[in-house]
Design a protein around this ligand. Structure first.
Ligand code: AMP
Ligand code: GLY
Length: 428
């Protein structure tokens, strides 16, 4: 089959890398893609929010499957548009994508479905939100309802800080229109994990659980980012926890979709907090693969991923179609100095050739570009160096050994990716 992947980040590079290795795949295209994907796919210069352009491209190239990476085109209705021209698309339509596009909608849906999540209130008026914060004390989380590139949720240590954040989001519009409404919710305690599950709306195929590292600094300090690294499997998700996620989170979500007539074909990304009793609480849902979780989850998939995505898109996903490979994967993000605040771009990246041609060390490109034959930095998160190993410790060593060969001006990465798993020791 011919597959078109929409997007240009590390997640999409991981998708292209995995899909190109599937027996069912004859060729892969990426729109707009990035220079790192060119080894495995053909790049087409169409932007992710150009719905007409992408639908025309899919038709002209007679692709058999479109896989949508980022949330923006999904919330804009790209999957509906692609299905409208008769091509199977892996990704929910605009209605289902509200799961990520509107935190207010998602929270209300969780409440209707009885899915465990923190107690919350939603506000469209800053005066009411500020008045609400006058009552009670202690830590609280303020979230802009709309899309804010992973930066719209702020965990506040006290009510004063929460009030300042409400003003910044609702009055000063720090995140633009995303701040028209806010969710104010209780802070959950525990350990976080991400579960990505493929679905055709009825059947569910969970991939290996993983853990992201959102804060920019070592020891989970500093500002939240899009994600500084990830590893899988995440030992916090034991088989018992996974069972609870299935019965308390995923099934009620799918049942609610079907009751409410939402045809959801794509990934359900559950961002979870696992409490001291091993009970899962949903922090958020996303309507797409995680980034950088995909860079560790997808290389561990055994089986024909493309066929499973096509089957999900066609409404007949076999829940047993893929299995989770043995071993572990770790991805360390190499970022531009200054990220997630302002940073400079355009610095040449050296040493990539030293990591090329290996199946146990894969350099996924995110913010890179080609300039006069050279690969240069072009974003905050520049590369994700992913390594496979027999266990987390081996994968960590391989990732850090590998990335030592890569240099660019201002390079920054966290030195402690997977610290929680390593702290648990080899027996987890
Ligand atoms: P979100 O934008 O909802 O993914 O949140 C970003 C990050 O903020 C999460 O990965 C958590 O680390 C943190 N966070 C969000 N909501 C909560 C909550 N209710 N309790 C504790 N931490 C949270
Ligand atoms: N890694 C967080 C996300 O993909 O939203």
């Amino acid at each position: 089959m011919k597959v078109l992947v929409v997007g240009s980040g590390g997640r999409e590079h991981a998708l292209v890398w995995c899909l190109a290795r599937c027996p069912s795949v004859t060729s892969v295209m990426a729109a707009p893609g990035n220079v790192g994907m060119a080894d495995d796919g053909e790049l087409k210069q169409v932007a992710v929010d150009d719905l007409d352009g992408l639908a025309s491209l899919a038709r002209e190239e007679a692709v058999d499957l479109v896989v949508v990476g980022p949330e923006l085109p999904l919330t804009l209705g790209l999957a509906d548009r692609i299905r409208g021209v008769g091509i199977p698309c892996f990704g929910p339509g605009a209605e289902g994508a509200r799961l990520e596009g509107s935190k207010v909608w998602a929270k209300d849906l969780m409440s209707r479905a009885g899915i465990p999540t923190s107690a919350y209130q939603t506000f469209t008026d800053s005066g009411r939100a500020l008045a609400y914060l006058e009552e009670g004390e202690g830590p609280i989380v303020v979230k802009a309802s709309g899309l804010a590139a992973g930066k719209g949720s702020i965990v506040c240590s006290d009510r004063q800080e929460a009030k300042e954040i409400v003003r910044a989001i609702m009055e000063e519009r720090r995140f633009g229109e995303a701040g028209e409404s806010v969710v104010i919710e209780e802070k959950l305690e525990g350990e976080e994990a991400s579960i990505l599950a493929l679905t055709d709306g009825r059947n569910l195929l969970p991939l290996v659980p993983s853990q992201d590292h959102k804060p920019v600094g070592a020891g989970d300090t500093g500002l939240n980012t899009g994600g500084m690294g990830a590893y899988a499997p995440a030992p916090v998700i034991t088989d018992e926890v996974m069972e609870k996620v299935d019965t308390r989170v995923m099934r009620p979500l799918l049942d609610t979709f079907s009751r409410e007539g939402i045809d959801y074909r794509g990934v359900i990304y559950a961002g979870l907090m696992i409490d001291a009793e091993g009970d899962p609480w949903v922090i958020e849902f996303n309507c797409r693969f995680g980034d950088p979780e995909s860079q560790v989850v997808l290389p561990l998939v055994e089986g024909d991923l493309a066929q499973a995505l096509l089957d999900a898109a066609n409404g007949n996903l076999d829940p047993e179609a893929l299995s989770i490979g043995r071993g572990s994967a770790v991805c360390v993000v190499l970022a531009s100095g200054g990220y997630p605040d302002a940073y400079e771009k355009g610095f040449p990246i050296r040493g990539l050739e030293k990591c090329a041609g290996r199946e146990d060390l894969i350099v996924f490109h995110a913010g890179t570009a080609e300039r006069e034959g050279e690969i240069v930095t072009a974003g905050g998160r520049v590369l994700g160096v992913a390594a496979l190993g027999e266990d987390i410790a081996a994968a960590v060593d391989r990732a850090y050994d590998g990335l030592a060969a890569i240099t660019f001006e201002g390079i920054y990465y966290r030195p402690d990716i997977a610290w929680r798993a390593l702290e648990r020791g080899p027996e987890n």
